[in-house]
Structure formats: C-alpha cells, structure tokens
Design a protein around this ligand. Structure first.
Ligand code: DX5
Ligand code: ZN
Length: 217
C-alpha cells in the first residue's frame, strides 16, 4: 500500500475554513485530520461538533478525527453523527480500551488509538487485533508547530515489527512536526499515514506540499 497523507485543519485558516477544505479536496491528500482538544487532557481547546459538521458538508475525503479528550466514550456516537470516518482516542484517556474500540467499530467507524510520546508501544500488544490504526504522537499533543521528537523512530520500528509479526491489519499514523524533510525516513521506518499541519498550511503552496508529502522521491 502506498502511504496516505492527512493534512491537519488545526493549522488551517479558521476565518475561511471552506477555502482550505476545498484546497484539500482538490489536492492529493487522502484524509482530513481534525484535532479535538478539551483543555483537560491537553492544555489547549480547539473546536467541536458544529465545526466538524460544517467541515463534513464540504469535505470530499474521509474525516480522520483525533480526540485529545478525557472520557471519550461519552461522545463516540456524536462524533459519528457529526461525520467522523476514522475515530482515534488517546490510550492514556481510556480505562476500557477494548470496549471503546469495539463501540467505535460498532458505530461504523475505523478505530484508532493514539499514544503520547512517553507511552511505550509494547502496551498495545493485546489491543492490536481489535483496532484499525495506531497514531504515534511525535510531539506532546496540544499544539501545532512543535518540533518532531527524534525518539519516535524507534517506537515506529518496534510497532511495525509487532504489527507485521502478528499479521494485523493496522495502520501506523504519525502526528506532530511532520514535514517534507522527515517524511521519507518515516515511511521507510514503517509509517502508513502522515499527518501534517503547519508544514502544509504555512507553506507558500499548500497543495504542492501535500503533493511532495504524497510523492516522496
Ligand atoms: C497536535 C495535533 C496535531 C497538530 C500537528 O497535538 O494532534 O495534529 O495539528 O501539527 P503540526 O503538523 O504543525 O505539528
Ligand atoms: Zn492530531
């Protein structure tokens, strides 16, 4: 499978979100990454259901929704109704991850589990058969525009081996500080999905940057 690119709306122009969603629609991007922050799990607040519903009306690509919130179980069906296609919860925010992942799938979405930089991927051993994606946070979640944490490479390699050894149908996504300079090495290390916020929307040519992230040479 060739890798996927999921531009993060967190770095888009919220005064004219329709313009940036259309830009993604017309680009080589595969998904649209939506970051939901509650001000408790992470020290920042982003946006919620009304914004996702509007994004969904315009988007022609699947919504890849990343929940950085405590107690996500309370809102799974609302995120489904708002238009999420892939719903990712933080490992650290779930007491009953099996139940949460099963409910996400039952609602008809792909189930993702995100891990903070300090959380070892070995903890995923017993959940891999029940999920569709692991999101390795390559910065501490909460803000766009941070620097990529280099130790992430060894986590990705370890997870790649776990997934391949177990023959699981699970994608590896990375999120935080991804740009056209580190993308190739990430894909070579075993990543399937690149999330990119600032490197796309702060560039001179966002569609061109998406194309470069997609067609790495
Ligand atoms: C960070 C979010 C990211 C963020 C990435 O907590 O989960 O999705 O938008 O932004 P960049 O690509 O600018 O690091
Ligand atoms: Zn994210």
């Amino acid at each position: 499978m060739s890798h996927l690119v999921s531009p993060s709306l967190l770095a888009a122009d919220f005064g004219n979100l329709a313009k940036d969603i259309n830009l993604i629609n017309e680009s080589l991007a595969d998904w649209i990454h939506c970051d939901i922050m509650d001000g408790v799990f992470v020290p920042n607040i982003s946006f919620g259901f009304p914004v996702i519903e509007q994004v969904k009306k315009i988007a022609r690509k699947p919504l890849d929704v990343h929940l950085m919130i405590i107690d996500p179980d309370r809102y799974l069906s609302r995120f489904h109704d708002a238009g999420a296609n892939i719903l990712t919860v933080q490992y650290e925010a779930c007491n009953h991850l099996n139940r949460t992942a099963a409910e996400i799938r039952r609602l008809g979405m792909k189930a993702g589990v995100a891990m903070n930089p300090h959380t070892p991927v070995s903890l995923l051993k017993n959940i891999l058969p029940y999920i569709d994606m692991v999101l390795i946070m390559t910065v501490n979640p909460g803000f766009g525009g941070q620097s990529f944490i280099m130790e992430s490479y060894s986590k990705i390699s370890e997870l790649r081996k776990m997934i391949d050894d177990g023959k699981y149908d699970v994608l590896i996504e990375v999120d935080g500080g991804i740009d056209t300079r580190n993308a190739r090495k990430l894909i070579e290390t075993g990543v399937d999905v690149l999330v990119a916020g600032n490197s796309v929307f702060s560039s001179e040519d966002p569609a061109g940057t998406i194309r470069k992230l997609k067609n790495l040479d």
